[in-house]
Design a binder for this molecule. Structure first.
Ligand code: UD1
Length: 438
């Protein structure tokens, strides 16, 4: 449980952690190389520990020294991941591609992760099949998943390929995970794979930079068309993960809620392009100063910026990130007027909005749209973190609220934030974790 005594503006500087969504696919990619991979600036978060555990269960030697992770995949022997491990996080599915590329087989289950929508994996499997793999559910012996559906979530899925063959693959939607799995599988396929309709997120660009350092011939990162030359000799790699753009956005949003003047070290505007203009339009003054990003907020966020007829819409990159949606709702909650949001990526992502009501926020949810009429001050409340980013949004709101707040469900927040309370304390917040309950 997190405890917050709200009402203090945030002042000071913090270092922002390495990127969760970049490091997890990179850790999965380390399976491709029969030797040791070194990854630096790895955040100390539960999802990373979980990925380390799964890699060990597959036969890898894994260690963490400070923020550096060493993965020796020379003894990779297992292609099966147990259901419990698969259900711990969404990114577990990213191991299927590298296992297929290296061992020709992966035995997996439906992945877990935040409850923010149906989150099917049909696109991942259509990519595997396009590259010559057979995808079967062991229990039924046949593929049962329709487009956009997740009908048989408890079933074991066997993905197998005697020989992966390069192909032209079109993704009907720019899924981040399916793009990553497509790239990772193509590394093991004979010939040049062309992936079209790819996601363009900065984390895909990081994965490609990592693979290029590993010796993979790959082009097109940051565009919707990526080409991968498979079956090249790979080399050992040492790679430093970049700053987490969503964690950075979280601290900026928190400072917009509470007011103040904060500096985030090690963060550039790159990758933050879809977010910064939005925060500026709401009244934040944001400047890049050397290798840090500074935000000053001397007033309440503006209302009437995202009206009902022109809501702030989430979308795949370079659109506004869905991972920042609930954080913006917290900012809207203290604005001097109404702002509206439309969620277009995940269908079930407004759980945090319902928790924000307990702080006295005025929020109306209708389908995938939400309108927030800001109030001059929120009041402390006992709330529950429904998911990772929703939990962070509740922390941001609690910082702005008068009085004390308790946020349960810390385990969701710990999946993606390295010591969020310690970082916010450095900025002057009165916040701590009580260990009596989670
Ligand atoms: C990744 C991020 C997550 C972020 C999301 C969107 C990681 C570890 N997680 O999740 O933080 O919120 O991108 O930016 O990097 N879809 C299908 N079929 C599929 C795959 C996806 O229909 O096979 C749908 C999803 O249900 C969702 C949309 O596509 O509606 C986007 O999902 P996707 O881009 O795949 O997100 P993730 O990779 O799971």
């Amino acid at each position: 449980m997190i405890q917050v005594a709200g009402g203090n503006p945030l002042y000071g500087e913090i270092q922002v952690q390495g990127s969760k969504n970049a490091v997890l696919p990179i850790m999965a990619a380390s399976l491709l190389y029969e030797g040791t991979t070194v990854i630096e600036n790895v955040p100390k978060i539960q999802d990373v520990y979980c990925m380390m555990g799964i890699l060990r269960s597959l036969g890898c030697k894994v260690s963490m020294e400070g923020h550096t992770v060493l993965i020796d995949a020379s003894a990779l022997s297992q292609c099966e991941i147990c259901r419990e491990d698969m259900e711990k996080m969404r990114s577990s599915i990213l191991l299927a591609g590298p296992l297929l590329a290296r061992l020709g087989e992966a035995g997996v289950y439906y992945p877990g992760g935040c409850s923010i929508g149906k989150r099917p994996i049909d696109l991942h499997f259509s990519v595997f099949r396009a590259l010559g793999a057979n995808v079967e559910e062991a229990e039924s012996g046949k593929w049962q998943i329709g487009p956009g559906e997740n009908k048989n979530s408890g079933a074991r899925i066997c993905v197998k390929a005697a020989d992966l063959l390069a192909a032209a693959v079109h993704l009907p939607y720019p899924s981040v995970g399916a793009t990553e799995n497509g790239i990772l599988t193509a590394v093991g396929a004979r010939g040049v794979t062309v992936l079209k309709g790819c996601a363009r997120e900065p984390e895909i660009v990081e994965l490609v930079h990592f693979l290029r350092k590993m010796g993979v011939c790959i082009r097109g990162e940051g565009t919707s068309r990526i080409e991968v030359e498979g079956q090249k000799a790979l080399t050992p790699v040492r790679y430093r993960v970049g700053a987490d753009r969503i964690a950075a956005g979280t601290y900026l949003a928190a400072a917009m809620c509470a007011g103040g003047d904060v500096r985030l070290c090690g963060v550039s505007t790159r990758g933050m392009e879809p977010v910064l203009p939005v925060l500026r339009s709401l009244g934040a003054v944001i400047t890049q100063e050397g290798d840090s990003l500074r935000l000053q907020m001397g007033r309440r966020p503006k209302g009437g910026v995202f009206r009902q007829d022109v809501p702030l819409k989430t979308a795949p990159f370079p659109g506004f990130p869905t991972d920042m949606q609930s954080l913006l709702l917290a900012v809207f909650a203290v604005a001097d007027g109404e702002n509206c949001m439309e969620e277009t990526v995940f269908e079930g992502r407004f759980a945090a909005a319902r928790q924000l009501l307990k702080f006295g926020a005025e929020i109306l949810v209708e389908g995938n749209r939400v309108c927030v009429t800001g109030v001059p001050s929120l009041r402390g409340a006992s709330v529950h973190a429904p998911d990772l980013r929703g939990g962070a949004a509740l922390v941001a709101a609690a910082l702005a609220a008068d009085g004390c707040s308790q946020i349960s469900g810390y385990e969701h927040i710990a999946r993606g934030y390295e010591d969020i309370c310690g970082s916010l304390r450095l900025l002057g917040a009165d916040i701590c974790i009580s260990h009596f309950s989670t």
